[in-house]
Design a protein. Structure first.
Length: 185
């Protein structure tokens, strides 16, 4: 399930989830896959922490602003580098039901004492100010934004309007200023 850009729709009643900015990964109950369908070669101790027989949708993550480091860890495929990698779950794709039902199901399948797999919290949005405040809190920590799940949405492969991506519209841009030669015309 992939979101569409939020276009200012009323967020009241939708479920807000933090968009972390990690690497999307799907657990099919026995293997971990990247969004492009390739198997993620995670070490056995990492894989053994994931629940067998349950499909989960989430992100591999090591921290805010650490995507280059995470990408390097995944590309090197050295098990000792995976010690800080976590699988942050936000959905259960094969579980029938609405988003809150899938979220609750996924949460119930995750071992709560694991430091490798965590369920991302979701919160029902009470209005635009609530969304803006949550977005500000997340982007201040260098998070990527907010995902809004429609409360009655079923899991839909591909892009859907029942999942909206909200990003800070005032994201800083990298701007390079060229030093000009004062003598040039």
């Amino acid at each position: 399930m992939r979101g569409q850009a939020w276009a200012g729709q009323d967020p009241t009643g939708w479920f807000m989830v933090q968009k972390l900015g990690g690497i999307r990964a799907f657990w099919d109950g026995s293997k971990l896959f990247a969004r492009d369908g390739k198997i993620v070669l995670a070490p056995l101790d990492f894989i053994s922490s994931l629940p067998p027989g349950v499909s989960l949708d989430g992100e591999l993550w090591i921290g805010y602003g650490a995507l280059p480091e995470l990408t390097s860890i995944l590309n090197q495929n050295l098990s000792d580098l995976w010690k800080d990698v976590k699988y942050i779950v936000f959905d259960a794709p094969t579980h029938h039901g609405t988003y809150p039902q899938r979220h609750a199901f996924a949460s119930a399948t995750i071992p709560h004492n694991s430091n490798r797999i965590k369920m991302i919290p979701s919160e029902r949005c009470i209005g635009l100010e609530h969304l803006q405040s949550t977005l500000h809190t997340i982007t201040t920590k260098k998070g990527a934004g907010v995902l809004l799940y429609h409360p009655e949405s079923s899991y839909t492969p591909g892009r859907t309007g029942e999942l909206l991506e909200v990003k800070d519209s005032f994201e800083e841009e990298d701007v390079t200023f060229l030093k000009c030669n004062e003598n040039s015309r």
